[in-house]
Design a protein around this ligand. Structure first.
Ligand code: ADP
Ligand code: ADP
Length: 231
């Protein structure tokens, strides 16, 4: 079953007189349980595409069904609601709040949803267990390594139990050994049923995905790994 179905998506930016066609008619189906890597050179449209998949921005044209809902028909509030329900975001630079402990950072999305403290803490603790970091629950981000901070960020992405995890260069700030630990966690989450989408420049990361797609000049190509490695 397709959890994401994108047909002929386009996005054009206009800056003064300059017109940039960032996405030039992208179609992509992602099945529930997929583990997809999106690769491509700088400026090719990856971030733009991620913003579309993540319901952070709207395409100019084309259709996007997310878990059966047509995104173009939703107003801003509905868009935010479906984003919170369906997608957990993970970023290169973690985006943890420095004055909050690991546990408090993980709790934060639940606080915004108005959940009571006991329930919040229980869910956040379960998510920290899933990423193997419960023993660091009361540490501040500055007291954690980069890999540990990324694990906190993954736990935070998991608190709403979203079907999709969308990660933008999740290993971009990490050494190769730590990168592999993060990928192993994502593989585990994939086995537990989460659909994983990773944008990455790192071939060692991309080749571990079940599927690799390449974006070039705003167009998408389904690729076999050997093609990408050679290019
Ligand atoms: P984002 O769109 O997520 O900000 P960019 O595509 O701008 O990411 O690239 C982030 C960094 O990766 C930049 O410093 C860029 O120079 C570098 N980079 C871009 N393309 C490649 C590539 N093919 N291989 C390795 N590094 C790359
Ligand atoms: P990538 O993530 O692969 O580096 P982007 O999606 O960031 O690529 O950018 C694709 C193209 O769209 C680039 O030419 C970039 O300069 C342009 N672009 C991206 N965001 C904007 C914006 N907000 N305004 C104008 N042009 C943009």
């Amino acid at each position: 079953k397709s959890i994401i179905e994108i047909q002929n998506m386009t996005k054009t930016y206009r800056l003064g007189g300059e017109v940039v066609q960032a996405l030039q008619g992208i179609s992509l189906q992602i099945h529930s349980g997929d583990f997809l890597a999106i690769v491509g050179p700088s400026g090719s449209g990856k971030s733009t595409f991620m913003n579309m998949i993540g319901c952070l921005d709207r395409p100019d044209a084309g259709s996007y069904f997310l878990d059966g809902k047509e995104i173009a028909r939703l107003n801003d509030n509905e868009l935010a609601a479906i984003r919170n329900e369906k997608i957990g975001f993970i970023f290169q630079n973690f985006f943890l709040l420095p004055r909050l402990t690991a546990l408090e950072n993980v709790e934060l999305p639940l606080l915004y949803r108005g959940m009571k403290i006991k329930e919040r803490q229980q869910i956040a603790q379960e998510c920290l267990k899933k990423v193997g970091l419960i023993e660091r629950a009361h540490h501040l981000p500055s007291q954690l390594s980069g890999g540990q901070q990324q694990r906190v960020a993954i736990a935070r992405a998991l608190v709403g139990n979203p079907p999709i995890l969308l990660a933008d260069e999740p290993t971009g700030a990490l050494d190769s050994k730590t990168s592999q630990e993060i990928i192993n966690i994502m593989k585990g989450l994939n086995e537990q049923g989460h659909t994983i989408i990773i944008i990455t420049h790192d071939w060692e990361v991309a080749k571990q995905a079940k599927r690799i797609v390449r974006i070039q000049d705003g167009r998408l190509f389904e690729s076999r790994g050997d093609f990408i490695e050679a290019s």
